[in-house]
Design a protein around this ligand. Structure first.
Ligand code: PLP
Length: 369
């Protein structure tokens, strides 16, 4: 039996149209996009088309910088704080449930002379707006808030967080990795990170959108490619893949959303004996993080090998660390260990959800009986 893939927050399948669009740039059109001859210029123009395709889904007044991943985009974005620290701004605040790419980078800056604060969340995983203002001051440099949480799917009130950040003169970095191409992007954010492999595009490419006027120091020194901040030869195939993936997401947004809502509704009814982790309504429906008390998820996963899904207890950054997200919600260690994450995507069929639910519920019942 083929594996039923229900781990679309970890990564997504490459869309067939994306594969087709990338192929010529992997095969015959191998020119260096930074070369002056005709093959180079063709590659450069393909890269620029891809940049435009991304820009079409992002706010108008900024620029797109290609990176090797969203993690790299986020590291590049954080450099902005070094540019403004001279203005007496040395405070960084990020939501406690951010992906490690943001959280750990913020904590690292905390070891480099910055004052890093983690913004608490309530038991639903939503940032506590009423407590937030206490974390801001005239020394605030940057606030990091994700759009959709990769572990529990909750959608943070990023527009309100951005407003608060701007009230105190801080920059707002939005990790939009799990929301880009699916839900609205916060138009007032200053820095927006995204990733190819979460939107049915290739792995090994991401991008950072930077609002006009935001100054970044180089992250990678060298030949000066990517506007002087991220040197290294770009891969036209990866850029084209990301651009086409974004374009398809935009074209199919309503259709994908309706399809995923249908899968999620089916899953919620089939897993009605389970408890949802995180907000029930303010969430992206393609993510279902659920628990059943007493369940040994490691055992469950080894028994249900035909379904690719994640243990909720494992930090979804792939680091193998325990989930800081479920802990931030106030769940007990035993509850965290009995949690699983299912992620639905464009290419899942309703029958796959039914089959997976049957296998998972059967294995869970036999464990708990
Ligand atoms: N941010 C979020 C919310 C993610 O889900 C991920 C990937 O899991 C990342 C950042 C990192 O993305 P990348 O794999 O492109 O570095």
């Amino acid at each position: 039996m083929a594996t039923i893939y229900l781990d679309n927050q970890a990564t997504t399948a490459l869309a067939p149209e994306v594969f087709d669009a990338m192929l010529p740039w992997l095969k015959d059109n191998f020119g260096n996009p930074h070369s002056a001859h005709v093959m180079g210029r063709q590659a450069a123009s393909a890269v620029e088309v891809a940049r435009e395709q991304l820009a079409a889904l992002l706010p108008a007044n900024g620029r797109v910088i290609f990176t090797g991943s969203a993690t790299e985009a986020i590291n590049l974005a954080f450099g902005a704080v070094r540019k403004i620290s001279g203005e007496g701004r040395d405070q960084i605040a990020v939501i406690d449930t951010e992906h490690a790419a943001v959280r750990d980078t913020a904590l690292w800056y905390g070891t480099q002379g910055f004052d890093t604060k983690l913004l608490p969340v309530d038991h639903q995983g939503l940032v506590k707006m009423e407590d937030m203002e206490a974390c801001f001051s005239s020394r605030s440099a940057l606030v990091g808030a994700m759009l959709v949480n990769n572990e529990i799917g909750v959608i943070q009130p990023v527009e309100q967080i951005t407003e608060m950040a701007h009230k105190y003169g801080a920059l707002m970095l939005c990790d939009a990795v799990q929301g880009f191409g699916r839900i609205d992007i916060p138009q007032e954010a200053d820095l927006i990170a995204l990733s190819g492999h979460k939107i049915y595009g290739p792995k090994g490419i991401g991008a950072l959108w930077v609002r006009d006027g935001v100054d970044l120091p180089p992250l990678i020194h060298g030949g000066g490619q990517e506007q002087g901040v991220r040197s290294g030869t770009l891969s036209p195939a990866l850029c084209v893949g990301l651009g086409v993936a974004a374009k398809i997401c935009a074209e199919r947004r309503e259709r994908d959303a309706a399809h995923i809502a249908g899968l999620a509704a089916k899953a919620r009814s089939l897993f009605s004996d389970w408890t949802m982790n995180g907000a029930v309504d303010q969430r992206y429906p393609g993510n279902l993080n659920i628990r059943r008390d007493g369940l040994d998820v490691a055992r469950l996963m080894s028994e249900v090998r035909g379904v690719a899904f994640s243990a909720g207890s494992a930090c979804a950054s792939g680091s193998g660390r325990p989930s800081h997200v479920l802990a931030a919600l106030g769940l007990e260690p035993a509850q965290i260990k009995s949690s699983i994450r299912l992620g639905f995507g464009r290419y899942n069929e309703i029958e796959e959800v039914e089959q997976a639910a049957h296998l998972i519920n059967q294995a869970a019942e036999s464990q708990l009986s």
